[in-house]
Design a protein around this ligand. Structure first.
Ligand code: B1M
Length: 216
């Protein structure tokens, strides 16, 4: 297989052996670390989602694919361009309660960290109380919530309601992202019930441009 195809295939097959060598070759051939992630590896992950969704792939194999994805991202991270050293603002980032998916959230962390933001990444399955405690403790400028399950979109809504109840809706702009969300759900439904700022980020780069916007 050609290198590009092989890298994508590695994610689909969960094949780790020789991964680093392939990543090195791709970079030597002139692909940026970011392009490898965005244009090859995420394509592979998309196929995994489709295969799993249609019952053609079992969960342990999805897990293997996710592990290879994580290994690849960790390997590529030091090769990514660092545009800024920090000081642009601080965001608390979490995957919401009941949801373990963290590959997207961690990509958001990398992109924001490499572009001048300090990210307090508190991990997966985080209840709103933990998110708010972290935002308070670290004096965050914004809160980012990620979630991939349909259930998580409901939890995000509850989280916003909880923020409003506690009177902190206007304290932190909230960024929401994850595959199950839609722009319409966030910008029509959630914005309608939340007195503060709530934004939808389709991907990590929109997350970055939103942070740039809310920080000015
Ligand atoms: Co899960 N899973 N999974 N899974 N999994 C999905 C989400 C699913 C769509 C697969 C499918 O059925 N086709 C489906 C959800 C269906 C639904 O809710 N209706 C699903 C399911 C059902 C489940 C389980 C329930 C399966 C089971 O146990 N029976 C279980 C859930 C457990 C739980 O959470 N309680 C489960 C478990 C897992 C694994 C552990 C095996 C693994 C996760 C490993 C990990 O993350 N450490 C896994 C994986 C890998 C997937 C798929 C295949 C891939 C997800 C991924 O990493 N994508 C996924 C299929 C899919 O998404 N279509 C699927 C790559 C990643 C970069 O994309 O996270 O969307 P994503 O992030 C994007 C954007 O969304 C955005 O930026 C990123 C790109 O730049 N973004 C943000 C995300 N967060 C953001 C935050 C922001 C800004 C942008 O600001 C705050």
């Amino acid at each position: 297989l050609p290198l590009d195809e092989r890298l994508k295939r590695r994610i689909i097959d969960g094949e780790r052996t020789g991964l680093e060598a392939d990543l090195d070759t791709a970079m030597t051939e002139g692909r940026s670390a970011l392009s490898i992630i965005n244009d090859l590896l995420l394509d592979g992950m998309k196929v995994v989602g489709e295969l799993f969704g249609s019952g053609q792939m079992q969960l342990p194999f999805v897990l293997q694919s996710a592990e290879v994805m994580k290994t690849a991202v960790a390997y590529l991270e030091p090769h990514m361009e660092k545009a800024d050293d920090g000081g642009k603002g601080r965001i608390v980032l979490a995957t919401v309660r009941g949801d373990v998916h963290d590959i997207g959230k961690n990509l958001v962390d990398i992109i924001l960290s490499n572009n001048g933001y300090e990210v307090v990444n508190i991990g997966i399955k985080q209840p709103i109380s933990a998110i708010l405690d972290a935002a308070e403790e670290h004096r965050a400028d914004a809160i980012g919530m990620s979630g991939l399950l349909v259930k998580s979109t409901v939890i995000m809504k509850e989280n916003l309601a909880e923020m409003a109840d506690r009177g902190v809706a206007e304290r932190w702009p909230v960024l929401l992202g994850g595959a199950a969300l839609t722009r319409a759900y966030v910008e029509d439904d959630l914005r309608g019930m939340f007195p503060g700022q709530v934004h939808y980020a389709r991907d990590a780069f929109e997350g970055l441009s939103l942070m740039d916007r809310v920080m000015t």
